[in-house]
Design a protein around this ligand. Structure first.
Ligand code: PMP
Length: 285
């Protein structure tokens, strides 16, 4: 079945959707994006996703002509038209079409697109089995806090990990893990969750935000600081989070089993309570 996608105000069959070859998103990756999880037909954490979008837009001096109500309506319409029960909504805003010139156009006409991607978020087998991670050097730019559509370094990282039989890459800079190619990285040592503090070096994960709140409510101690790859390999457990995975336990890093090599209790619990909350109170997890 063909999806219905959104382009600049119109809902169209995916085959009919098109964008100018002069779009600055295409030519310069001049745009920002968001990915929101959908469980039971409801979005998780929509408001924080829109807060982060607003921040990303501000950081690249792009004023969106779309207010939050319009964006919410677009997301909800995509869910309805595609009868999405579980999966993701991808959206991005670019600086739109203009003659190819590095300078920003004086009067940009931003492009907004959105589409759904069905996926098994709740009963994903990787949540039960845990996943393998491979480390790669972090070769990205210096503003990883901006959710830029320029994702070549992340695609290279993910592919390098896949070539080694791993599902995710953990990127390493100056000996410290920054984050996953498309996820936030965590380890657990002595019952404490360790994850890098927010800065320009990492994306402020919306799932991270929700999980740290839940961990606090559960009286789990949290240390926000960088950790090394060696520390991760010697941790009691490791896990990652994102809208597209929610929480996946990490059972192996570079071939080294983490803990006893099976999904750890902290990751399993956080996944369970995040999902429970999401299903009970959609949009407020
Ligand atoms: N870091 C990076 C580099 C990512 O691409 C993602 C997923 N977009 C995340 C972290 C996790 O963010 P979120 O929980 O908002 O999906």
């Amino acid at each position: 079945m063909s999806r219905t996608v959104y382009v600049n105000g119109d809902f169209l069959p995916e085959q009919e959707a098109s964008i100018s070859i002069f779009d600055r998103g295409f030519l310069f990756a001049d745009g920002v994006y968001e990915v929101t999880a959908v469980v039971d037909g409801h979005m998780l954490d929509f408001e924080p996703h829109m807060d982060r979008l607003q921040r990303s837009l501000g950081e690249i001096s792009l004023e969106s002509p779309y207010d939050r109500d319009t964006l919410r309506a677009m997301h909800e319409e995509l869910i309805a038209r595609n009868q999405l029960d579980q999966g993701l909504i991808y959206m991005h805003i670019t600086r739109g079409p203009a003659d190819r010139d590095f300078h920003y156009p004086k009067q940009p006409v931003p492009t907004l697109i959105g589409f759904t991607q069905a996926s098994n978020l709740v009963d994903n087998p990787k949540a039960a089995s845990g996943i393998k991670v491979a480390s790669v050097p972090d070769i990205r730019w210096a503003r990883r806090d901006i959710k830029s559509i320029a994702l070549l370094a992340q695609a290279m990282a993910k592919q390098a990990a896949a070539d080694k039989g791993a599902s995710e890459a953990w990127m390493v800079e100056d000996g410290f893990v920054t984050e996953g190619s498309s996820s936030t990285a965590y380890i657990v040592k002595g019952g404490r969750i360790i994850t890098r503090q927010l800065s320009q070096k990492v994306l402020a994960g919306i799932t991270r935000r929700a999980l740290l709140k839940l961990a606090e409510q559960e009286n789990v101690e949290i240390e926000q600081r960088p950790f090394t790859l060696d520390e991760a390999k010697g941790a009691d457990e490791a896990f990652l989070s994102s809208a597209s995975t929610l929480v996946f336990p990490v059972i192996e890093i570079d071939g080294v089993p983490i803990g006893d090599g099976t999904p750890g209790p902290v990751a399993r619990k956080l996944r369970r309570i995040y999902l429970e909350l999401a299903r009970r109170r959609p949009d407020s997890a």
